[in-house]
Design a protein around this ligand. Structure first.
Ligand SMILES: [Zn+2]
Ligand SMILES: [Zn+2]
Length: 317
């Protein structure tokens, strides 16, 4: 799912690439990074009967969740897609690798897909809108299924040459994006080794692989997918955005604050997605700490005037 093209010969102005090669990659990616982690999670749950988890497994799951969510939410999303702050090369590389470990596609593909989502949000062309299946209960279910799962194997691939030219020009970042599989494997090996060493057993290594690796990929993936699905259907819509994006408090903690999604569509380049003190936003907490440490700077935030201008006066906020 990187930048290989075939006979349709897209040029810089081609917005989406549709061909059998890309479709094949989408199927393969879905099989390896969505379906197999799903099966692995079922195996892990069944294994609890014989192999109950302890603080090591829970700790690894939480730490790996926090690291990969930092990669996806702060790195892939707030930095690479929306340029909501500036940072230096070492942090750029760290963000790119941590986000890749999540197994949600190579960096350049991820950014291209997300930029197209913002361009066409809830309109034809949006790769994963749940709102293009008209009204009614069953239509809503169909829309939710498409935005959470179905789109993974059925979307027009946004052309990186059009959507992410600056990333394609960056040799280091392009290389990290191409080595996608390497980062995923490292993300599986590390918890396996830590589990094996801490328990000093092969069973400990297997538990580390399952809970810090496979289950973590499944959970992080579904947490991020819930922003596409749930946060475009359920919640409040305090700001004018021209789409159906919603602020959904129920998944704010696991999504690292991404589920304040109406805020995000209203102020795309804001590093903070939770805009009120009570809107939990771990992703912005990471940016704030890094800014205090001098590791990131020029952090973008909307002004009170900008927020007032987009506020819907009869909002249900
Ligand atoms: Zn959205
Ligand atoms: Zn975004």
């Amino acid at each position: 799912m990187t930048t290989h093209f075939d006979s349709t010969r897209p040029n810089q102005k081609t917005k989406v690439i549709i061909n059998d090669y890309i479709k094949g990659l989408q199927y393969k990616h879905f099989w390896w990074y969505n379906f197999i982690p799903f099966l692995g999670t079922i195996v892990a749950l069944i294994s609890l009967w014989w192999l109950p988890v302890g603080s090591i497994e829970v700790g690894m799951l939480i730490v790996m969740w926090a690291l990969t969510m930092t990669g996806v939410s702060v790195g892939f999303h707030r930095y690479y897609t929306h340029r909501s702050f500036k940072t230096h090369q070492v942090m750029r590389v760290i963000f790119a690798i941590l986000g890749s470990v999540a197994g949600q596609g190579p960096l350049i593909s991820w950014v291209a897909i997300h930029r197209r989502h913002h361009e066409c949000s809830d309109l034809p062309g949006d790769p994963h809108s749940p709102n293009l299946h008209s009204q009614g209960f069953f239509r809503t279910i169909k829309g939710l299924w498409h935005s959470h799962v179905g789109w993974l194997i059925d979307h027009d691939y946004p052309n990186p040459t059009y959507y992410t030219p600056e990333l394609l020009r960056d040799k280091t970042i392009s290389k990290i994006s191409r080595f996608y599989l390497v980062w995923i494997v490292i993300g599986l090996v590390i918890p396996t080794v830590i589990g094996g060493l801490l328990h000093w057993s092969w069973i400990g290594a297997l538990q580390g692989f399952l809970w810090g690796g496979v289950v973590r990929i499944f959970l992080v993936d579904n947490i991020i997918l819930s922003v596409n699905s749930v946060s475009h259907v359920y919640g409040t819509h305090p700001y004018q955005t021209g789409d159906q994006s919603k602020n959904n408090p129920w998944v704010a903690i696991p999504t690292f604050g991404e589920s304040w999604h109406n805020n995000h569509h209203a102020f795309e380049s804001s590093a903070a997605i939770g805009l009120k003190w009570w809107q939990v936003d771990f992703g912005y907490a990471v940016v704030w700490i890094l800014a205090k440490l001098g590791l990131v700077w020029d952090v973008n935030l909307p002004t009170a005037k900008m927020m007032a201008a987009k506020k819907i006066t009869i909002a249900q906020d």
